[in-house]
Ligand binder design. Structure first.
Ligand code: FEO
Length: 398
């Protein structure tokens, strides 16, 4: 069912309560998600902003049809054409094949690449406007790499100003409530941060520039309507502030220790290092996370929030563990800057894992503070004491 946002703007998206993974298996969505689409009725033009993911295409089109005769949709605004937003477009275009689709030039290329259709594309750039009637307009703002090259925002100057921001400012967060002030703040904000850390952090410089550009436009803003999760109604500026903070070498007073273990030796080392850090820096939050057991995206969110990272793995077959290998690959992709790191691990004979991990941490953009610490076989009390000392030394260099 459509949900009213203002007297002329309705939410016509899909809440996906059962979604547990996104981007294949790359991103966990433990609180579901939503694919937000919006219907904006101006006095002369009615526009649809984005669609929903393909599996819900018929449901989406039928819900729209219940809202208005489909041929009354004058334009479709495709702000970003990843399949979670464009998936229902082919079903809709079968009904209204000549309707113009407003998108960036890159957006057209992506739509053609996905659906191989010669639809009525109208390319738009920053500052281009669509007149809606009675002097109201929708203004387009290109936002490349927030988070795909085709992304754009759309600003509606009615209703006190509404920014349709697509993926930016979103959360993978299913809710029957539409607005940020109607949901538990703690869990919603945690999802907004997880979303940023895992989806937008690789593009920090572009996100920072674009958010500052939008702030400089000084637009009246009563709502920010993203394409996932709840709408920012209460103090919409709060998520803009958060994005400025998150996109600028974000770090809390936190150290995260990520490890894997075969027979608990590397786990004992991780815990001893954590004790060492806490013993001389009690104000530092220390998180100790097993890469093979914890959610990978929650781990990455903790690293995103940290000023330093320690990665530990036992040496296995002249390398490191499967879970740590996957974690390191994902970590590299986030392109985090300004964080320090070191590696550690237990070994039986060759013992090269921690050196290899140190190299990978440097390549991932971390500043390696030292060569880390290793333990031969099972660490005894003396070895664990030296790991604690290592923790003290590590935090003194952060
Ligand atoms: Fe929500 Fe980049 O799609």
């Amino acid at each position: 069912m459509a949900k009213k946002i203002t007297n002329n703007v309705s939410w016509v998206g899909k809440t996906d309560w059962e979604l547990t993974m996104f981007h294949g298996n790359e991103l966990s969505t433990s609180r579901g998600s939503s694919y937000n689409a919006y219907l904006l009725r101006g006095s002369h033009k009615t526009v649809l902003i984005d669609t929903v993911w393909g599996p819900y295409d018929r449901e989406f089109v039928e819900r729209l049809r219940a809202e208005l005769p489909l041929d009354q949709i004058d334009a479709i605004i495709m702000q970003h054409n990843e399949t979670d937003h464009s998936g229902a477009l082919p079903e809709l275009m079968r009904e209204i094949p000549d309707t113009p689709i407003y998108c960036t030039k890159k957006g057209e290329a992506i739509l053609r690449g996905h659906y191989h259709q010669d639809w009525n594309y109208i390319n738009v750039k920053t500052g281009d406007r669509l007149e809606l009637g009675d002097g109201e307009t929708l203004t387009f703002i290109e936002a490349p790499m927030c988070h795909w090259p085709d992304t754009m925002f759309s600003y509606y100057d009615g209703c006190g100003g509404i920014l349709f921001s697509n993926d930016a400012f979103g959360q993978h967060y299913a809710s029957e409530s539409l607005f940020n002030d109607e949901v538990p703040q703690c869990e919603m904000l945690a999802e907004a941060k997880k979303y940023y850390a895992n989806i937008l952090a690789p593009f920090n410089p572009m996100v920072s520039r674009k958010v500052k550009e939008v702030v400089a436009m000084n637009l009246p803003l009563s709502l920010i309507c993203p394409s996932h999760g709840v709408i920012w109604r209460e103090n919409p500026g709060q998520i803009i502030e958060k994005y400025l903070e998150w996109s600028d070498a974000y770090a809390q007073n936190q150290v995260t220790i990520v490890y894997d273990t075969m027979w608990n030796s590397t786990r004992k080392m991780a815990e001893a290092i954590a004790r060492g850090i806490r013993s001389c820096a009690p104000d530092v939050t220390v998180k100790v996370l097993n890469a093979a057991k914890e959610d990978k995206n929650d781990i990455l969110t903790e690293v995103f929030s940290s000023k330093a990272l320690l990665v530990g793995s036992p040496t296995i077959n002249n390398g490191f563990s499967y879970a740590i290998a996957g974690f390191m690959e994902m970590l590299k992709g986030l392109k985090l800057k300004g964080k320090k790191a070191a590696a550690f691990g237990s070994y039986g004979w060759s013992g090269e894992a921690s050196k290899q991990l140190g190299t990978l941490l440097s390549e991932a953009g971390f500043e390696l503070v030292d060569e880390g610490v290793r333990a031969l076989w099972v660490p005894d009390a003396e070895t664990l004491a030296s790991c604690e000392e290592y923790g003290k030394s590590f935090i003194s260099k952060i």
